[in-house]
Design a protein around this ligand. Structure first.
Ligand code: SF4
Length: 386
């Protein structure tokens, strides 16, 4: 945390030293390494490793999940595309199939996983289901009374109904499924498998300043971690958003000063792109807009702050409008229509989609209500909010 407070120049040098150290250690252990590439942070990491640290780590991505402007930058950098996992019938998993069979990724990974357990009761998960509703963990959890296994009241009210009979409560339950499996089938397990097949461990673009569970493990384990089951490097662990944007500007300048041509030539030589492929003029994907400076010097991206899959519901309840679904409506109304109303079929064969899920959790989505008209918004008492 002390290092997180250091100036940019310190952090940039520190990231370089940690990355070089990681590569050396891997070389010594006979391990390969790659860069796990997604949005802007890891695109910057890829270029930083190659162009500043001279670490020749291939980039690997579950690209099909990303926005098309991100995919274009991935192609221009020669990033390897990893397909989703295969189903038993040999076809690939798609977002629509995962959602249809397991449920919608909504609220957060942790909350969705808990709701998924409630929706799939078994003798084996009985104790956990009890803990999700009551917070009581029983013998295995050390007889805790109010453990953080318990769902927040806001979500218990909406999703706890599966246990009404067992627990004597009176919660609601939805008529759609919720699941955290989407990431696993579409990007986690497949990329993990790629790593195993290539005896390769990842460089990740994670930063502790982003908070959440990752912040804790980054602060506990440091930038480079060689554990029993996990080996990874996160050279930007101590970066703040301002640092990553500063480095993004530097990398972008290098791109404009000749890197673009260098990558173009190399990819053509390796036959990874067609002659007709138009290299982007910037490594900052269009979905982010551009990086600008506020009067006080703070850097910001003019469009998206963060990106992710276009239809992910994780975190949607905390976003202000226009939120990600509103943006999608503006950019691609056809895709928006499909996701909102047609991505799933109910048992009677009728189409439905995110509109139903968002209505249920009280997130407004109707494009005609942006700007103050709060039609459909649920009002929740303050203590029920997250
Ligand atoms: S981020 Fe969301 S939509 Fe993307 S793979 Fe994970 S759960 Fe699915």
């Amino acid at each position: 945390m002390q290092k997180e407070k250091q100036p940019y120049e310190f952090k940039r040098k520190y990231a370089q030293i940690r990355a070089e150290e990681f590569a050396r250690e891997c070389d010594g252990r006979g391990l390969n390494y790659h860069v796990s590439v997604g949005g802007l942070d890891s695109i910057v990491l890829y270029l930083f490793l190659h162009e500043i640290c001279h670490i020749n780590a291939p980039g690997v991505s579950a690209s099909m999940l990303e926005d098309k402007s991100i995919r274009r930058v991935h192609r221009a950098l020669g990033i390897i595309r990893v397909p989703p996992l295969r189903r038993e019938d040999g076809t690939l998993w798609t977002k629509a199939r995962v959602i249809q069979e397991f449920g919608f990724p909504v609220i957060s990974k942790e909350v969705a996983a808990k709701i998924e357990l409630l929706q799939n009761p078994s003798e084996k998960n009985k104790t956990v289901r009890h803990a999700i509703i009551t917070g009581e963990t029983g013998e295995y959890g050390g007889w805790q009374k109010d453990s953080n296994m318990k769902l927040k009241q806001r979500w218990l009210e909406l999703f706890g109904g599966y246990e009404n009979e067992n627990e004597g409560c009176n919660y609601q339950k939805p008529d759609f499924l919720v699941s955290s499996k989407c990431c696993y089938y579409l990007k986690e397990k497949n990329c993990d498998n790629w790593g195993k097949e290539h005896n390769s461990v990842p460089f990740l673009g994670l930063m502790a300043s982003e908070g959440g569970r990752r912040a804790k493990s980054l602060r506990m384990n440091g930038c480079n971690y060689f554990g029993k089951s996990t080996i990874r490097s996160a050279p930007f662990a101590i970066f703040h958003r301002q640092d990553i944007l500063t480095l993004a500007l530097e990398m972008d300048q290098m791109w404009k000063d000749g890197l673009k041509e260098k990558y173009h030539e190399k990819l053509l030589e390796e036959e990874k792109i067609a002659e007709s492929f138009q290299m982007p003029d910037s490594i900052i994907p269009e979905i982010y807009g551009s990086i600008e400076r506020k009067p006080d010097g703070t850097l910001y991206t003019t469009k998206a702050q963060r990106t992710g899959c276009s239809m992910c519901g994780f975190g949607i309840h905390m976003e202000k409008r226009p939120h990600r679904f509103d943006m999608l409506y503006k950019e691609n109304p056809k895709e928006w229509d499909y996701l909102m109303f047609h991505i799933c079929k109910d048992q009677a064969g009728n189409d439905y989609g995110w509109a139903k899920v968002l209505d249920y959790i009280g997130v407004e989505w109707d494009p005609t209500t942006i700007g103050g008209n709060c039609k459909g918004q649920m009002s929740l008492p303050l203590d029920m909010m997250i």
